[in-house]
Design a protein around this ligand. Structure first.
Ligand code: UFG
Length: 332
């Protein structure tokens, strides 16, 4: 059985689908802090199989221990964490407490119960303000906000444990910018309140929930002046986890791997692609730069292909189309 902490969330739910379709038994541990129980119904509808569920907070040592007693867990995919950059600046203790505590609690249970395979959700945010792009795994790291530091510290904790425990295996996945949704439009990203991220904001403008998009800065040192990112289809991200689990099960030690496409697109590239693919106008206004944003961030995805045999397959048009199909499904 594969345990997905935070498995009802955006990336976790897509990964649960891919795992089930690849023949794995899936156990989701989630407290539905930023997700909904109906996600389990959707996963069942897509795959024909309902994942096992433990509705717990993975900071709860006793409940996590009992879960590891109850199930025969072979590998853990640890998604459970808070993820809003701005909120982490306002409430750093909340972020350090939760995002480090969940990891340490899960890793202690793994050690106690002899579970040696861990896949961890890290982020390209650990590259801080990059000196050059594309970003390669060995490049210097450093962060600009508490959320980023929790990822940085978590990576260090995992590296240290793998160093100390000869049987331990971990793949640390640095996600770039996951967007889009499952082709069924039954699962996708569902932010609470005003979206922080670009694509959910655009889909809410498209559906009339918000009047226009604010483009945060048009004076960056990029081809059109707007920020450049490596947007990657969430189903590709999910498939990257399957490759990572398979790798972890047959190797020892810790590896850090970028999950990106290697393509950089600007904010205006995304707006134009969304408009063209979906035939909907996205009104936008140029707004001041957002604090903490960088000009460009995109991956060198070579290591993922060499080590895991994984490569992103979906293009930007598919990301825009699938994001919109999902939004239409939840706002109809
Ligand atoms: N942007 C806008 N308007 C918006 C939202 C975003 O112009 O309303 C711009 C941003 O300025 C940036 C780009 O769109 O240039 C992407 O912004 P997102 O918020 O979608 O994504 P970020 O790259 O800022 O952040 C993402 C994740 C973080 C992660 C970071 C680094 O949300 O969790 O990538 O990998 F830390």
């Amino acid at each position: 059985m594969i345990l997905l902490t935070g498995g009802a969330g955006y990336i976790g739910s897509h990964t649960a689908v891919e795992l089930i379709e690849a023949g794995y038994d899936v156990l989701i541990a989630d407290n539905f802090y930023n997700s909904r129980p109906e996600v389990l119904d959707a996963i069942e509808e897509i795959t024909g199989k309902r994942p096992a569920l433990e509705e717990i907070d993975v900071c709860d040592v006793e409940k996590v221990d009992a879960m590891f007693e109850k199930y025969d867990i072979e590998a853990v995919l640890h998604f459970a964490s808070y993820k809003a950059v701005g909120e982490s600046v306002e409430k750093p203790l909340m972020y350090y407490r939760n995002d480090l505590d969940t990891l340490i609690t899960v890793m202690e249970a793994m050690k106690k119960h002899g579970v040696n395979n861990l896949i961890f959700s890290s982020s390209a945010t650990v590259y801080g303000v990059p000196e050059t792009v594309p970003l390669v795994e060995g490049m210097p790291t450093g962060c600009t906000n508490p959320y980023g530091w929790t990822k940085y510290m978590s990576e260090q904790i995992i590296q240290d444990v793998c160093h100390a425990e000869a049987d331990m295996s971990a793949v640390i996945l640095r996600y770039f910018n996951p967007i889009g949704a499952h082709k069924s439009a039954l699962i996708g990203e569902r932010p609470n309140g005003v979206p922080n991220n670009l694509m959910p904001y655009i889909t809410q403008v498209a559906s009339g929930i918000r009047p226009h998009l604010n483009v945060f800065g048009d004076d960056y040192d990029t081809p059109d002046g707007t920020g450049v990112r490596d947007y990657i289809h969430v189903v590709d991200i999910a498939k990257g986890h399957i490759a990572a689990v398979q790798y972890a099960m047959s190797h020892k030690g810790a590896e850090v791997v970028n999950l990106g496409t290697g393509n950089g697109y600007s904010v205006l590239d995304i707006v134009k692609a969304f408009e063209r693919v979906n035939g909907i106008k996205i009104p936008y206004e140029i707004a001041p730069r957002r604090a903490g944003d960088i000009a460009q961030c995109y991956a060198d995805p070579t290591k993922a292909e060499k080590l895991l045999g994984w490569k992103a397959e979906e293009d930007l048009d598919a990301m825009c189309k699938d994001a919109w199909e999902w939004e239409k499904n939840i706002t109809k």
